[in-house]
Ligand binder design. Structure first.
Ligand code: NIG
Ligand code: FE
Length: 412
């Protein structure tokens, strides 16, 4: 037998991923062996160490009393930004709405100003710091969007910064082009949509970095028709559609996502049952962002209607200056406490279902045999402890492709 790169053993619970019945498949006293970056064997500690003795492994982790889960997949972030909008937090607490702040030139537009002024080095350093924070919280795959440039030059600078920051970073980054995040100040929305379609998308496609194209389809931002035009153009340039849908108002954007066979429809606070069914029928993954509702003081999305329709509900942090959290564990806690998801469903939402939302079908978000060797060890004796113990980082150890990248809660 090949010497394993890594063996994690003795886990009180080891979560493999979804079972055939939409439940959680896990082992008590579980272990996983990783060879050549992928899961070679998963099972009880007795079975795994008989084949893969930990003493032969480059990395052996004794996870006694702890829970081993697949590394978190965060399928919706705006992790690359500059500046500080903490003062808007205070305004929101005093009753200002997100849209009022945006309409007054704050919100996204303010971050756009800061990103345009930042140097390339600052952008790379900012994203690296965010990815480091995500990694120590157990995230091994994350989506990152552009959308704070809102002109061709700065959108391309964002793509370049993402490429540079992620080249040697353990977190696998999935890139989404989002020139249609807002209309830049002083510009007419239709003229800006023309610019996105005719100038930004072709230039972004030449960089060949972005896998997805996303639009903020919302009252006062982009209409359903404008979103359709941008997403169809994105697809022609090889970027699969994603959509910020039904966040503050119900516009018909979930139906658009279904019609376009989008990879995911995200937010969905105001989606109804018919929307949930349309998404499920079209195979669009609903991504719910409880941190956004939490930080805006809005009501949470209803996961039940998507689950009833048969859709795999995914969760994400939505890390951005309006929702400042890098922790998928906290998103899982909010999904349970705020949206009444079970810990098992929430954990699947943060792993296997989240992988679907970024179109990863290689086993990412699971620890089944053949999957990437992406592992997080949580300090608690069952998966329930992921949401049960909230507000602290319970992730002690992280492996990426079988390499130890977080040890004792710190980057290795
Ligand atoms: O997903 N809703 C639009 N975009 C982001 C917020 C971005 C920002 O406020 O900077 C979101 O919540
Ligand atoms: Fe977003």
């Amino acid at each position: 037998m090949t010497d394993p790169e890594a063996v994690v053993h003795g886990a009180a619970e080891l979560v493999v991923g979804p079972d055939s019945d939409r439940g959680l498949r896990s082992y008590e006293d579980g272990a996983v062996a990783i060879v050549d970056g992928s899961v070679a064997m998963v099972g009880t500690t007795e079975d795994v160490i008989a084949e893969y003795p930990p003493e032969n492994a480059a990395t052996a982790v004794d996870a006694s009393g702890q829970t081993v889960i697949p590394g978190f997949v965060d399928p919706h972030t705006h992790a690359l930004f500059a500046g500080d909008r903490s003062d808007e937090f205070a305004q929101k607490l005093r009753g200002k709405s997100y849209q009022e702040i945006l309409a007054a030139g704050g919100g996204i537009l303010r971050t756009v100003g800061a990103v345009r002024e930042a140097t390339d080095e600052e952008l790379v350093a900012n994203l690296t710091a965010q990815l480091d924070a995500m990694l120590v919280h157990g995230t091994t795959t994350a989506e990152v969007k552009t959308g704070y440039g809102l002109d061709t030059e700065t959108e391309l600078r964002m793509l370049d910064a993402i490429e540079r920051a992620t080249a040697d970073h353990p977190v696998d980054v999935v890139v989404t082009f989002m020139g249609a995040h807002a209309t830049p100040e002083g510009m007419d929305t239709e003229a800006y949509v023309d610019e996105v379609v005719e100038e930004q998308l072709p230039a972004a496609a030449e960089r060949d970095v972005a896998e997805f194209c996303d639009v903020f389809c919302e009252e006062g931002v982009f209409t359903v028709e404008q979103s359709r035009r941008i997403l169809e153009a994105g697809r022609e340039h090889g970027m699969q559609p994603k959509l910020h849908a039904e966040e503050f108002t119900r516009l018909g954007s979930a139906q658009l996502a279904a019609e376009l066979d989008a990879v995911s429809a995200d937010h969905l606070l105001h989606a109804n049952e018919a929307d949930a069914e349309a998404l499920a029928d079209a195979g669009v993954t609903p991504v719910l962002l409880p941190g956004t509702a939490f930080s805006l003081g809005e009501s949470y999305a209803d996961p039940g209607q998507f689950q009833d329709a048969g859709a795999p509900v995914a969760l994400a942090t939505d890390l951005n200056p309006n929702c400042y959290s890098q922790s998928m564990g906290f998103a899982v806690a909010l999904a349970c406490n705020g949206m009444r998801m079970t810990p098992a469903d929430a954990l699947l939402g943060a792993t296997a279902h989240a992988a679907r939302a970024v179109d990863r079908s290689d086993g990412t978000g699971t620890l089944r045999e053949g999957a990437p060797g992406d592992v997080a060890v949580v300090d608690g004796p069952s998966h329930v402890h992921v949401p049960y113990n909230f507000g602290v980082n319970t992730v002690t150890t992280v492996l990426k492709d079988g390499t130890l990248v977080v040890d004792g809660g710190e980057t290795a």
